[in-house]
Structure formats: structure tokens, C-alpha cells
Ligand binder design. Structure first.
Ligand SMILES: NC(=O)c1ccc[n+]([C@@H]2O[C@H](COP(=O)([O-])OP(=O)(O)OC[C@H]3O[C@@H](n4cnc5c(N)ncnc54)[C@H](O)[C@@H]3O)[C@@H](O)[C@H]2O)c1
Length: 227
């Protein structure tokens, strides 16, 4: 696998989209970054350059930003995604918006290109049913900032052809990742499932501490022990 021969498309250039673009450029991919929202079109270039500059100044990459930026196209034109072998949708967590993006992407990419979403919580099995070819659809769940973190989930939905997930799993090693291939689409995937379990535990500890503090500040005669 040679990243230079694998053009990748990103749609949605907010917080995550910009750091994902940075990661893919560092790995050597030609990147087409689609920003249909005018403010993103203005801000994405400087944001990606700043990520690269920070990485360069901290010794994380071998070349100055301009070296990587030669491989980047930022556009509002979906048709430029045509040569991309992998497209990652990175728009806000809204099914209707994601659906409208898939419709536009699928009119231009080839049938064998892989389409993916960076969704944090919407089931991949649900999103893939919005697409023309559900078998080529996967979840590609990054961790912010994508160009400096090592964790990545590659998630297969019920209708995904597992070989597509395996291909991206292998490819992502070239992005500096220690990925996980999630073969079964479970609620919250792995990271968010674990994270919400920790949130629940933290909330329960805070509730317990509040109960104890009420108990200890109550007048002695009405003090009760609660579990
Ligand atoms: N922030 C995180 O740490 C994180 C981590 C993993 C996954 N995610 C997921 O990544 C996705 C993006 O999150 P983010 O944090 O980058 O959010 P963000 O709000 O920073 O970026 C979302 C981008 O989508 C753009 N957008 C809105 N409508 C659009 C449309 N119709 N077409 C194209 N783009 C449109 C917005 O302009 C914005 O730039 C979400 O699905 C989120 O759940 C976020």
C-alpha cells in the first residue's frame, strides 16, 4: 500500500476534519477536502497549516508545512472527490446532513471506493442504509487531534463487506495508528461505550458524596445512614 497512490477525500472541515486532513497529508496521501460551508472554506487552510507548523516545530514531522500542503486541495466542489479511493464524512452529528452529504459524494466516487463516517454515536448499520452501496460503508472513528493521537476505530455495520474494514484497518497503520477493527456494530462502539460507563460511575460517586455530605451536615438527632 502506497499512500501517495491513494487519494482520500474528507467532507466537513470543522475541528476533526482539519486534524484528519493533517494526519492524512503527513502519511503522504493526496487529499481532497470538501468544505461546503463558506466559513469552513476560509478557516480550514490556515487551521491545517497551523497543525502542520506545530508538528514541524515539535519535531513530529520531517518537512515544513508547504511540503505537505502541495498534496492538498480545499474546495466546495464535490466533483473533485472523483479520484478518491476513500472518503470520510466528518460533518456535524446530524443524520439528515450526513445523508445529504452521502448523496452528493456517491454521485461522483467510483463504485469500488470506500465511504465512511466519523460519527461518534450514530450506528453504522443505520447510516449505511442511507447509501447506494451499504457494503462499502464503514465507520472511521478518529480521536482528536487526529494527527497526534494513536487510537482509531474501524467499524463494520451489519451490511459492511468485512474486507473493506480490513483494508482500512491495514492502511491506517501507515497513518501512525494502533487501530481496532470493530467487526460488530455495538452501541457507542468501543471508546464511547467505555467512556459512558466511566461517566455513569463518576455521576454515581458524585451522588453518593452529596448524600454523605447532607448526612454529615444534618442535626445529630435526625442523622440517618443511607446506602
Ligand atoms: N470532536 C471530537 O472529539 C470528535 C471525535 C470523534 C468523532 N467526532 C465526530 O466527528 C464529526 C464532526 O465533529 P467535529 O467535532 O469536527 O464537529 P465540528 O462542529 O467542529 O465540525 C463539523 C463541521 O460540519 C460542517 N457542516 C455542517 N453542515 C454541513 C453540511 N451540510 N455539509 C458539509 N459540512 C457541514 C460544519 O460547518 C462544521 O465545520 C461528528 O460526527 C462528531 O460526532 C468528533
Amino acid at each position: 500500500m502506497n499512500p501517495r497512490e491513494i487519494p482520500v477525500g474528507i467532507v466537513g472541515l470543522g475541528l476533526m476534519g482539519c486534524s484528519i486532513v493533517t494526519c492524512l497529508l503527513i502519511a503522504g496521501h493526496p487529499v481532497v477536502a470538501v468544505a461546503p460551508i463558506p466559513v469552513d472554506l476560509e478557516k480550514a487552510g490556515p487551521r491545517i497549516k497551523e497543525h502542520l507548523l506545530n508538528a514541524w516545530q515539535n519535531g513530529l514531522i520531517d518537512n515544513e508545512p508547504e511540503f505537505y500542503l502541495k498534496q492538498l486541495i480545499i474546495t466546495e466542489d464535490y466533483s473533485l472527490l472523483e479520484p478518491c479511493k476513500l472518503v470520510n464524512e466528518c460533518t456535524i452529528e446530524n443524520v439528515d446532513i450526513k445523508n445529504s452529504v452521502y448523496k452528493k459524494v456517491e454521485t461522483v466516487i467510483s463504485k469500488d471506493a470506500i465511504l465512511s463516517s466519523n460519527t461518534s454515536a450514530i450506528p453504522i448499520s443505520q447510516l449505511q442504509q442511507l447509501t447506494l452501496y451499504p457494503e462499502r460503508f464503514i465507520g472511521l472513528h478518529w480521536t482528536e487531534p487526529a494527527h497526534t493521537t494513536r487510537f482509531l476505530e474501524v467499524i463494520c455495520g451489519d451490511a459492511t463487506d468485512i474486507s473493506k474494514g480490513e483494508y482500512v484497518y491495514e492502511l491506517s497503520h501507515l497513518w501512525g495508528k494502533e487501530p481496532i477493527l470493530v467487526r460488530k456494530d455495538i452501541a457507542g462502539f468501543i471508546t464511547n461505550r467505555l467512556m459512558y460507563a466511566m461517566y455513569r460511575e463518576a455521576i454515581s460517586l458524585v451522588k453518593m458524596a452529596m448524600r454523605l455530605s447532607r448526612m454529615w451536615t444534618a442535626p445529630a438527632g435526625i442523622m440517618r445512614v443511607t446506602s
